[in-house]
Design a protein around this ligand. Structure first.
Ligand SMILES: Cc1cc2nc3c(=O)[nH]c(=O)nc-3n(C[C@H](O)[C@H](O)[C@H](O)COP(=O)(O)OP(=O)(O)OC[C@H]3O[C@@H](n4cnc5c(N)ncnc54)[C@H](O)[C@@H]3O)c2cc1C
Length: 451
């Protein structure tokens, strides 16, 4: 494997994207420096730089596999941190409109359930073990520094708590800062336009708390995922088992609907859902953390690929590039998959970094296709801002029929799960025999309306 022995890569952000990127870069660069503005805790606990960390985070199987590629054996670390392994299709009681619950099946798709801080901490410990990676916490990236001709990034100006400031010279900078402010500021400062952004304007309000799993916990499920019936309601809930015999329980609602963050209101909200499975389970459960609230502004995809003369030596990754409604649990997995893409491109580049951005940006759309399509389900709400594809209604009917078929047929169920977990691309749905079967179900579903 090529080792750019004298070169330095700087990663802005030690969140999920930045850590995964550091894992990818360490095989190639002589030195990798990861900056984070936070004081990074010495255990897996929430921190201010990742305010979403207190909320339920599902790691999709595609994301787990990406992390396994970057950090072989990471699943053992998750288990050591207390991860609860469940079968994604059997142990999560999925309550989706028309199927309360959706048929449970053993499909052999293992799902590791762990809190977000524990996931991140496990990955961070792996990164700390990489000899050529240096993690600098309490150190904020203030701005990207241009080359003399402004065509590329040549470093990062930082300020550390305690007053230390300076500039790190870098051959490649990865912006994994979540919001992508360093990249946006740099584009602005060097006279480049901001990237066009595709937005699915559905804000999402989350309230989460952890509960000790009660002795009388149901034994017919280990997790619950109640999906709202769009467009009538955007209310739903998610319960997953995590380390220390806890449940992480989230209630959520979209647009201006704000779930309550007190015991009585939380339980009442859960009881009023289409199916009160979570409310019933919580009756004898003791809450062990405060309620946390988060307002997510909406899914957005920044099209950096269309910025003319995008600066060399810089790549945005993770939420800085594309963020998704968290209800679908995709962001960490996409960030990890982007890091695997970066690794593959570095392998191919054989030490020549000049042409890295072109293949990176041109391969991203295929990678983002499935998660972005899932985020697009929010367009079913009339209040959601964003452009509907011309065949949106048909896509929704296709999706509903595909789900109906998956409920009847274990192979289709497995295929849908593989796409949902970002293991397979959405194009598998174009297979002619499957298309024909889905169309038949669509006709069946339309039949009563025709009478
Ligand atoms: C409520 C909620 C629930 C979610 N649930 C899920 C889920 O179930 N499954 C899932 O996969 N994803 C989920 N996500 C999405 C997931 O949290 C993100 O997609 C993921 O963390 C993105 O990784 P990132 O590295 O881009 O950003 P982050 O993980 O947010 O990390 C950004 C890092 O950059 C640091 N930073 C920022 N600016 C600077 C600077 N100037 N200098 C130095 N450091 C800086 C921050 O301190 C932070 O450590 C959820 C998101 C939300 C909001």
């Amino acid at each position: 494997m090529a080792n750019i022995a004298n070169q330095v890569a700087v990663v802005i952000g030690a969140g999920m994207g930045g850590l995964a990127a550091a894992g990818a870069l360490s095989d190639f660069f002589g030195r990798v420096i990861v900056l984070d503005r936070d004081k990074l805790p010495s255990e897996g606990v929430p921190r201010s730089g990742v305010p979403q960390g207190a909320h339920t985070h599902g790691l999709l199987v595609g994301g787990l596999r990406a992390l396994q590629t970057l950090f072989p054996g990471i699943d053992d670390d998750f288990l050591e941190a207390g991860a609860v392994t469940i079968d994604a299709a059997r142990d999560v009681r999925v309550e989706r409109p028309g199927f309360d619950p959706f048929p449970a099946r053993t499909l052999g798709i293992p799902f590791y359930c762990l809190s977000r801080p524990a996931i991140e901490f496990s990955v961070r410990k792996r990164v700390e073990m990489l000899g050529n990676v240096e993690l600098r916490d309490d150190c904020r990236a203030e701005e990207l520094v241009p080359t003399a001709d402004g065509r590329a990034v040549r470093g990062v100006r930082y300020s550390a708590t305690g007053g230390d400031t300076g500039t790190l010279t870098a051959d490649l900078v990865i912006d994994a800062s979540g919001r992508g402010v360093p990249t946006l500021d740099f584009l602005n400062a060097t006279g480049r336009p901001a990237p066009l952004e595709t937005v699915i304007g559905m804000s999402m309000n989350y309230v989460t708390a952890h509960f000790a799993v009660p002795r009388d916990a149901p034994d017919d499920w280990k997790g619950v995922y109640l999906l709202p019936k769009a467009p009538d309601t955007s209310r739903g809930s998610l319960l997953l088992p995590i380390e220390h015999s806890r449940w992480t329980v989230t209630i959520f609602a979209g647009h201006d609907d704000r779930p309550p963050n007190d015991d009585v209101g939380f339980l009442a909200f859960a009881r009023d859902l289409r199916v009160p499975t979570v409310a019933n389970a919580l009756i004898s459960a003791r809450r062990v953390t405060p309620f946390s609230r988060f307002r997510f502004p909406g899914s957005s995809w920044r099209h950096f690929e269309n910025v003319a003369d995008f600066p060399g030596g810089l790549l945005p990754l993770g939420d800085a590039e594309c963020r998704f409604n968290p209800v679908f649990g995709q962001g960490m997995s996409v960030a990890a998959q982007e890091a695997v893409l970066l690794r593959r491109l570095l392998e191919r580049a054989q030490g020549d970094l000049t042409g890295l951005a072109v293949p990176y940006f041109s391969e991203l759309p295929a990678m983002l296709d499935a998660p972005w399509a899932t985020a697009g389900l929010d367009l079913a709400y009339p209040q959601t801002q964003g452009e509907r594809p011309p065949d949106f209604e048909r896509q929704m009917r296709f999706g509903a029929a595909l789900m109906a078929l998956a409920a009847r047929d274990a192979d289709v169920h497995a295929l849908v799960l593989e796409v949902t977990h970002l293991i397979k691309p959405r194009r598998v749905y174009r297979e002619p025999a499957l298309q024909e079967r889905v169309r038949a179900v669509m006709a069946e579903m339309a039949a009563p309306a025709a009478n």
